[in-house]
Design a protein around this ligand. Structure first.
Ligand SMILES: C[S@@+](CC[C@H](N)C(=O)[O-])C[C@H]1O[C@@H](n2cnc3c(N)ncnc32)[C@H](O)[C@@H]1O
Length: 279
């Protein structure tokens, strides 16, 4: 079987299984099994796959047909131009979260050596990206679960950034000593009823990264109330929120005395980030 035949076979099987991004995914899979870049694939498409590569392809397609996430199969994923290791036990970075990075970078634009706290860090994609974009920032990442922390640590090393990692429970306000110029969080925010209707791929991601309590707002209430005292004068609190949560989260922030509370839309025009300042 040539690379071109393998690509077509992969596309056909993924499409038949109803996988929406079957073209994009097939390209990623072929790159993964051959180790070639897109440009190399274009020149080597008549080359035959080795037995190992064929077996690997068969195994990967089988995993995708049960909706095991492509990102876990490949083992790494791109976020804001950087590579992050991913796998079972950690949430896969989403492009929606890049909007949160934009807001964070704007909020610390005029602050030298800003102190930044990333709560619920997972892969570390938020804190690591902020440090990567602002080398003078002093960044702390807080994560509770060991499975996720394995990836936080690996990604800090892989991206070669100097940040502080704390194993801590955000719901017990652990990991803070402040004052911070920016506290940012993409916490678990799926409500109980939506937890039973997740996309098949999402069911392979850790429940601990998804479930945010009966209305999905537990972490927003706690972080807003308990971490406010750790913000510096004019410091910013910025959250990623789920679909239809922006108004409720903005209300929680206003009730807790935050000022200039604003919402920012993601690339799909969904209200995705809520942020405000203490002064
Ligand atoms: C929605 S994921 C976000 C991960 C990453 N920040 C991102 O944007 O992709 C939430 C993360 O919070 C962690 N987490 C859940 N409960 C926590 C708690 N009580 N304290 C600290 N981290 C927690 C989960 O393990 C998970 O890594």
């Amino acid at each position: 079987m040539t690379i071109f035949e393998a690509y077509n076979d992969c596309k056909r099987q993924l499409q038949a299984a109803g996988i929406e991004e079957y073209v994009f995914e097939s390209k990623q899979i072929i790159r993964h099994i051959t180790g070639y870049t897109n440009a190399q694939i274009l020149t080597k498409y008549t080359q035959s796959l080795s037995n190992f590569q064929r077996d690997n392809l068969t195994a990967i397609i089988k995993q995708r047909l049960i909706r095991y996430p492509l990102q876990y199969i490949i083992g790494k994923w791109n976020f804001f131009g950087r590579e992050f290791f991913v796998g079972p036990g950690v949430l896969i970075p989403r492009s929606d979260t890049e909007t949160l990075i934009d807001v964070c970078l704007e909020s610390i634009k005029k602050t030298e050596n800003p102190r930044v706290l990333d709560l619920c860090a997972g892969t570390g994609c938020i804190g690591i990206t902020i440090k990567g974009e602002r080398n003078d920032a002093r960044v702390t990442l807080v994560e509770k679960f060991d499975e996720a922390l394995t990836y936080t640590n690996k990604n800090v090393a892989h991206n070669n950034v100097d940040v502080n990692i704390v194993k801590g429970d955000v719901l017990k306000t652990e990991g803070a000593d402040g004052p911070y110029d920016l506290i940012v969080s993409n916490p678990p925010y799926i409500n109980d009823s939506d937890m039973s209707t997740l996309q098949p791929e999402v069911t392979f991601e850790p429940t601990t990264a998804l479930a945010g309590g009966s209305d999905g707002l537990d972490f927003y209430r706690h972080i807003t109330k308990e971490y406010k005292q750790y913000l510096s004068k004019y410091g910013t609190l910025a959250f990623e929120v789920g679909i239809n949560q922006a108004d409720a989260v903005a209300e929680i922030m206003k009730e807790n005395g935050f000022l200039n509370v604003q919402t920012r839309k993601d690339y799909c025009e969904i209200d995705r980030v809520v942020f405000g300042t203490v002064d």
